[in-house]
Design a protein around this ligand. Sequence first.
Ligand code: 4AD
Length: 483
Amino acid sequence: MFRTAVKTLSLASSTFISRAVLGSRHYCKKIPTKLRVSEAVSGLNVGANIKVQGWVRSVRAQKKNLFLHLNDGSSLQSLQIIATSELNNPLLTFGSAVEVTGVLKESPNQRQQVELEAEQISVVGECNPVDFPFKIKERHGLDYIRQFPHLRPRTNASSSLLRIRSQATAAIHSYFKENGFAQIHTPIITSNDCEGAGELFEVAPPYSENEEDKYFFSAPAYLTVSGQLHLEVMSGAFSRVYTFGPTFRAENSQSRRHLAEFYMVEAEISFTESLEDLTKVMEDMFRSATEDVLTHCAQDVALFHKHVAPGHRDTVDRMLKTQFPVITYNEAIDILNRSNQKFDFPTEWGCDLQTEHEKYLVKHCGDVPVFVTDYPYDLKPFYARDNHDHPKHTAAAVDLLVPGVGELCGGSLREERLDLLRTRLQEVGLDDTYSWYLDLRRFGSVPHGGFGLGFERYLQCILGIDNIKDAIPFPRFSHSCLL
Ligand code: 4AD
């Protein structure tokens, strides 16, 4: 079976060039098939004459032989290259970029299935190992490699994260596609502030003396803090929509779970009947994306669960096995007040849940994701649906709290009743600004709701990454915008 596959592949990969006609004879030169490292290490091309390109991850010269490991970002596994010492070259150093041609052979060493017997090695880009900040055979910590955002993708941890991030992005899009959601490209520049709160970055051209030039858009404009209101526009015509893009918050925070630019997955669903319609999508999406990542990026995930957060795989398995519990905010406050733990922040009814509270609640519920529903009405933005309860007045809002991170998702049913929404907007002085939003309730309003999931926090949660800055390629946070 293996032999047949090899034969077919090597036959299929034989390409002929330079058909020079010399007298009656044809001279054919076989050019090597260009493979990515992930294809080469798969074992399917044994016997083939191949060319690979990538960066040297290790180099070991013996008396007669030279051993290299080559990586091109296509997989965590590098390709072992074996060459005679004549092919050695002082420029063949850790970190250099090279191109190698040769024959792919089964490896006698059990650590790898195949190795490339090199016939030719050329150095495409030199790398001085003394100046290069990463050292051969050293496992650098995430804190160290974070100092070199322009070079850190050359490390195993960073390249694994980027492959996982790419796979998780695709998995989330697949989940929504398979479940009938239309993707909406919500704007990055917006004239609304969504939450009615601060934390906005204003978008403005360079300062001008001319009053007319003050506002490029003839009105103040901001970087979006959430695509929710634009999704709500769409949910007046599409019953299921989502968006997945960058969002911005001018939070003056250096915390390990806040960024100034982060990616948010947001969904909005029309004709909802209860918060359960939202929690089901949040939980299903979490499960489906996580299972997909565990299947397609097994080696990359294993690196995190071995070297970054030992033992975290058990937490992930537990999260996937358990149905996420649901507690109300009232129950959460009772749990906190009954606990023996001393909290820094107050825990009386009406207070916002802080990270220390969220962590305690997650542990209390078995160290699995937990939904907290029905928050005090006054804690939530103007669009949250009024539960009309008394004396503890709540809104139909829900947060998903997860192990190690705290809040992963925030969502709510939206106030679809025109008179109630108008009164609320008047109370907060936003009725003029949001007259278009009131129109959505005047023309064919339906019960609806949605949520947002912080994508970097999701990666922190499944990989056990302590600092959110290690879950995004180019972190932006207060006082830091490198590259
Ligand atoms: O809870 P938030 O603020 O919800 C909203 O923005 C809603 N308008 C979303 C909606 O209903 N469509 O943010 C949603 C999630 C949070 O739960 C958190 O995971 C993440 O976004 N998040 C951040 N992630 C990184 N850095 C920050 N500064 C974040 N702020 C929020």
